[in-house]
Design a protein. Structure first.
Length: 445
């Protein structure tokens, strides 16, 4: 029976609207076929503590969602309790000290928008709708993350409801094991995050973009050149390629080459993107833009054209240090088998820094490749649902693991942390949640 506390709402399977309420939590429009036994829509810490204590009494496993942007719909499991934290959207900004405290249901783009008037910035994710809850726990590659670090490196503390219903603060000084795990455990985190305490950054003075677009016939040239210049691209530049059957401006199969730059001045930005402005392939491009100012509002709109709402998704990814020669047969196969646009392949020049702070997030490589299959109708599931996982599987010999941002662990298992970090993460998990109250990564018991 549906019950409403002073604030939170609890729905059970037999309640009218239960199915819709569960499915409405998910960005991916596919119905995973599973249902929790109970859905608790929480509004504050009291609701969360009550929910976790109830789950313990009734022996229910707990899953959690904030923005519901897990492609794999990690939070919708069979049985158990789903805690919907999307209403926890609070934002408190301490501009003088460049600090913020945010709820997990706050969208990254909302935070960036709120910070603008203070001249402050946070490396939020590239799409509207992605919420800080899942984004920060899995690492978070956001705007200017090559320069500012993974977003979780700007988390200085968090408040978490643990398996026994206690509310704890975790930071470098307090419950340091939870703090270590929270920066990279992603969908395997073992508590409900109520608030993140964040370090903020100064707004870049100039944000700009250069875009080239090439027809698919130039695929080999484009990827060879990209791979050759990748390591020398300044960390102020997000350099990425998007391959689809309907590339920007040319409207036919092709490759968009984007360099988004965040710098102190237009002049500095121009120097940083000179590698693309002067690209030797330029004469072959269907479009070659100059460096143009691109405020984040424009960039969000541009990126969102690849990630529309109301779609069904099958997504997978890999980290690779392989040479472009080794990857080329797979790239050609991706091009030949791409589902209709806006499905696409993303090639991201990652070239990570030599070191990062010690935390669960610990696996990366020279290049990040992610495949996003997207389609509208259930009848097309057999055509497209396995495309991404199948293509990545064929690259297996060249993969060193995956990024949890685009995980598909329920369909294809792969490492997502360096081995010593994974061992430590498992140890912390079993100490802090000895009864396994919280769901683990998909594909694991
Ligand atoms: C359109 C789109 C664009 C994206 N762009 C980027 C990008 O630019 N950079 C990037 O790094 N990633 C990106 N992602 C991946 C995204 O960051 C992850 O899917 C992230 O988990 C989404 O967070 P969420 O809160 O919206 O999702 P949810 O589905 O709500 O959360 C994912 C998982 O995180 C855990 N979780 C969520 N909230 C809590 C909480 N309060 N307490 C404890 N555990 C919790 C749960 O296990 C949950 O299943 C994108 C995803 C999509 C769909």
């Amino acid at each position: 029976m549906k019950s409403t506390s002073s604030r939170g709402v609890t729905l059970h399977r037999e309640d009218p609207g239960f199915d819709q309420a569960v499915l409405a939590t998910s960005f991916n429009s596919r119905d995973p076929g599973h249902r929790p036994k109970v859905l608790v829509q929480v509004n504050d810490v009291f609701d969360v503590i009550a929910a976790v204590k109830r789950a313990a009494r009734e022996h229910l496993k707990v899953s959690i969602c904030s923005g519901g942007h897990s492609w794999a719909q990690n939070h919708i499991r069979e049985g158990g309790m789903l805690i919907d934290a999307s209403r926890l959207q609070g934002v408190e900004i301490d501009a003088a000290n460049k600090r913020a405290i945010v709820g997990p249901g706050c969208g990254g783009s909302m935070l960036v928008g709120a910070l603008k008037k203070y001249g402050l910035f946070f490396p939020a994710g590239h799409c509207k709708g992605v919420c800080l809850g899942g984004y920060l726990l899995q690492g978070g590659f956001g705007w200017n993350s090559r320069a500012l670090g993974m977003a979780c490196e700007s988390v200085i503390g968090l408040d978490v409801v643990m398996a026994d219903g206690s509310l704890v603060h975790a930071s470098e000084e307090e419950n340091a094991d939870i703090y270590w795990a929270a920066r990279g455990a992603g969908p395997g985190f073992f508590g409900v995050v109520m608030r993140f305490h964040l370090k903020l950054h100064d707004c870049p003075r100039f944000i700009g973009n250069v875009t080239h677009v090439y027809r698919m016939s130039h695929l080999e040239d484009v990827f060879r050149w990209t791979d050759a210049v990748g390591a020398s691209v300044p960390n102020t530049v997000e350099f990425q390629l998007i391959m689809s059957r309907k590339a920007l401006a040319i409207g036919e199969p092709g490759i968009e080459v984007h360099a988004t730059v965040m710098a102190d001045s237009r002049k500095a930005a121009k120097a940083d993107v000179a590698f693309l402005l002067d690209c030797p392939l330029r004469a072959k491009s269907g479009l070659a833009s100059p460096l143009f100012p691109a405020p984040l509002k424009i960039m969000y709109d541009l990126v969102m054209t690849h990630y529309p709402n109301g779609m069904r998704w099958g997504v997978d990814n890999m980290w690779t240090n392989a040479s472009v020669d080794h990857l080329m047969p797979g790239l050609l196969k991706v091009a030949a088998t791409l589902p209709p646009a806006p499905s696409h392949m993303l090639w991201l020049n990652w070239s990570p820094p030599p070191s990062r702070p010690s935390m669960a997030y610990s696996l990366e490589a020279k290049t990040y490749i992610a495949l996003y299959g997207e389609w509208k109708h259930e009848a097309d599931d057999p055509l497209y649902a396995d495309w991404a996982a199948d293509r990545v599987r064929e690259w297996d010999p060249w993969s060193v693991g995956i990024q949890l941002a685009d995980e598909n662990l329920g369909q294809r298992s792969a490492p997502f942390a360096a081995q010593p970090n994974m061992t430590r993460l498992d140890q912390i998990r079993s100490t802090r949640d000895p009864g396994g109250r919280f769901q683990s990564w998909m594909g694991r018991s």
